[in-house]
Design a protein around this ligand. Structure first.
Ligand code: DAT
Ligand code: MG
Length: 138
């Protein structure tokens, strides 16, 4: 067993579309534990820290604008290899090509919306998880 914690965000599109429960339900059904959870309206500063690795990329500003467009749900999730496991549950970044059975593949909209509207964020490594949990749950 390798019990880990990861940061999951239900992004503004997920909250606005009323999919928070459906997304959390998939996480719980997989056997992961919701350790902490809150509805937040993040500041630009929090988002800039969270997405620091993407600063300067063409999608960075639209991504921050989108993340500022409404409340998000931040969740501390624990489980055996949950970092990789949640990424697998979420599916690949682009909802159009995310596999059926994944959150993004099943629930992500792909008509006329940008790639950043992909419902969820999940940390991609133990280092990212520790860093991001510190940002959102400090
Ligand atoms: P992920 O969220 O799958 O970890 P990422 O860390 O590479 O993806 O990028 C962070 C977010 O930025 C992603 O969820 C959506 C947005 N994004 C990434 N690549 C993009 C692109 N080529 N065009 C528009 N938005 C993009
Ligand atoms: Mg990422």
């Amino acid at each position: 067993m390798a019990i880990e914690e990861t940061l999951v965000l239900v992004k503004p599109d997920g909250v606005a579309r009323g999919l928070t429960g459906a997304i959390l339900s998939r996480i719980e059904a997989k056997g992961y534990t919701l350790v902490d959870l809150k509805l937040v309206e993040p500041s630009r500063d929090v988002l800039a820290r969270h997405y620091a690795e993407h600063e300067g990329k063409p999608f960075y500003e639209p991504l921050l604008e989108f993340m500022l467009s409404g409340p998000v749900v931040a969740v501390r999730v624990a489980g055996d290899r949950v970092i990789e496991g949640f990424r697998s549950l979420a599916g690949t970044t682009d909802p159009t090509t995310a596999a059926p059975g994944t959150i993004r593949g099943d629930l992500g909209r792909d008509w006329g919306v940008a790639v950043q509207q992909n419902l969820v964020h999940g940390s991609d490594s133990t280092e990212s998880a520790a860093r991001e949990l510190g940002i959102w749950f400090s």
